[in-house]
Design a protein around this ligand. Sequence first.
Ligand code: FES
Length: 107
Amino acid sequence: MHHPTRQVFVCNQQRPPGHPRGSCAARGAPAVLQALWGELQKRQAFEQVGITYSGCLGPCEGGVNLVVYPENVLYQGVTAGDVPEIFDQHLVGGTPVERLRAPASTW
Ligand code: FES
């Protein structure tokens, strides 16, 4: 079992259609997860990065949300297209992607 340097939790919460909070799954979380797993595979970065899907992280209206530990950084509005940048700059490089970071008032 690897002990990755960084762990990503991706909200993949589902809710019924029309639910007032919506859900990250409806906003594209499955595509974000697939992109993350694809980048992980491409880089063979299994000892550096762990990727896990989760339930609701709280600020649903800004989804797709994901959180990266140990830095405790919440990203909002993430799309599959953002994943390579998050992977290279933060998950491997150690520097959070500020343009996707949730405001301090959110997290
Ligand atoms: S549904 Fe994803 S944060 Fe709540």
